[in-house]
Ligand binder design. Structure first.
Ligand code: NAP
Ligand code: MG
Length: 327
């Protein structure tokens, strides 16, 4: 059983008088910064002066600096930037200004696991990775709850790295729900694999293909959209609240029988073999290499696919339905 830690394990004082600089005020960064400030920590934001984040952070009442200035003042630097941008921002704007004993905190292990940057030996390197998007980190905090998080220590030069990670997890509200200890390597591999195989790769591709199968065979796109895409939320909620067994019990006998017949036909030994290959591509670093090489190309895989999906029948049906159906 994994070790799960709660509020009583966090010594909040360890970060109380430290300047925490949040670099990257986007999805995760904004939620972390707001929660940490509400928890009584000293938070500043570092952002590029011409970007939207600089204005947003200032509007949110933070003392906002250039990334270079924030890096110079910081005792704990939070790198909540897109993973592929971290090397450029770190070497260009942070490293030349940072104090040698700075603690670096990540919301995902990518940069450290794949060694896209090398941090000083004198630094603490820690991770607090919430298990969901930033808006949930914020909304659950405001509801006096928290989003579970994964914590890890990669380098402990101060002898207090783990305590700092737990205090930070407490500051963003995660110890209210529970935090699980892991390593940078394990978090990176599991996170990338699950987003590719299940959450952002597998489920959407199955939705797209099933929608197309129905429409190609003459069924109304609106019905196909509701059944293949909208209803995913209802099943996801059941899985989330009651687990696999609870979901199976909540559906009809017909749905359950059909699921046991067709599910294993779709996810057969060939699919399992492809899952092994996807995992190997992540573990070997091949995925990270391709992703980083592709990042700056205007016609990279993500941009090409996104443009293609934008014009798809599925997307157009969704947009039309949104105007006409409150569901
Ligand atoms: N998104 C999630 O749900 C989620 C969940 C768990 C962990 N994570 C991890 O959290 C980290 C941050 O992800 P995110 O989704 O929160 O990132 P994000 O929203 O895409 O980050 C956007 C922020 O990064 C800044 N930025 C981007 N490129 C920059 C550059 N070249 N120079 C300076 N600033 C730049 C943007 O500033 P401007 O406004 O100036 O453009 C903005 O403040 C990643 O390690 C990710 O894997 C994300
Ligand atoms: Mg991820």
């Amino acid at each position: 059983m994994a070790t799960i830690l709660y509020e009583d394990c966090a010594k909040k004082d360890i970060l109380k008088d430290k300047i925490i600089a949040v670099i990257g005020y986007g999805n995760q960064g904004r939620a972390h910064a707001l929660n940490l400030r509400d928890s009584g920590f000293s938070v500043i934001v570092g952002a590029r002066l011409d970007g939207a984040s600089y204005e947003q952070a200032s509007k949110d009442g933070f003392t906002t600096y250039s990334i270079e200035e924030a890096a110079g003042l910081s005792e704990l630097t939070v790198l909540t930037l897109p993973d592929e941008q971290i090397p450029r921002v770190y070497y260009g704007s942070i490293e030349p200004h940072a104090k040698p004993y700075t603690t670096y905190l990540f919301a995902h292990g990518f940069a450290i696991n794949y060694k896209t940057i090398t941090l000083p030996k004198t630094a603490d390197i820690i991770m607090v990775a919430p298990t969901g998007p930033g808006h949930q980190v914020r909304s659950l905090y405001l509801a006096h709850k928290g989003l579970p998080a994964l914590v890890a220590v990669e380098q402990d030069s101060s002898g207090q790295a783990r305590e700092k990670a737990l205090a930070y997890a407490d500051g963003i509200g995660s110890t209210r729900a529970g935090v699980i200890e892991t390593s940078f390597q394990e978090e990176t591999i599991v996170d990338l694999f699950c987003e590719q195989a299940v959450l952002c790769g597998g489920i959407p591709e199955l939705i797209k293909s099933s929608f197309e199968t129905l429409v190609k065979n003459g069924y109304q796109p609106e019905l196909a959209y509701i059944s293949c895409l909208k209803e995913v939320k209802l099943i996801a909620d059941l899985l989330f609240d009651r687990g696999l067994d609870g979901m199976r019990r909540a559906i009809s006998n017909t749905a359950r029988y059909g699921a046991y017949m067709t599910g294993p036909e779709l996810i057969d030994s060939r699919t399992r073999h492809r899952l092994d290959s996807a995992l190997e591509r992540i573990e070997s670093g091949q995925f990270a290499r391709i992703f980083l090489e592709d990042a700056d190309r205007p016609d990279n895989l993500a941009r090409t696919m996104q443009a293609e999906e934008k014009n798809s029948r599925l997307n157009k049906t969704g947009a039309e339905l949104k105007k006409n159906l409150t569901f």
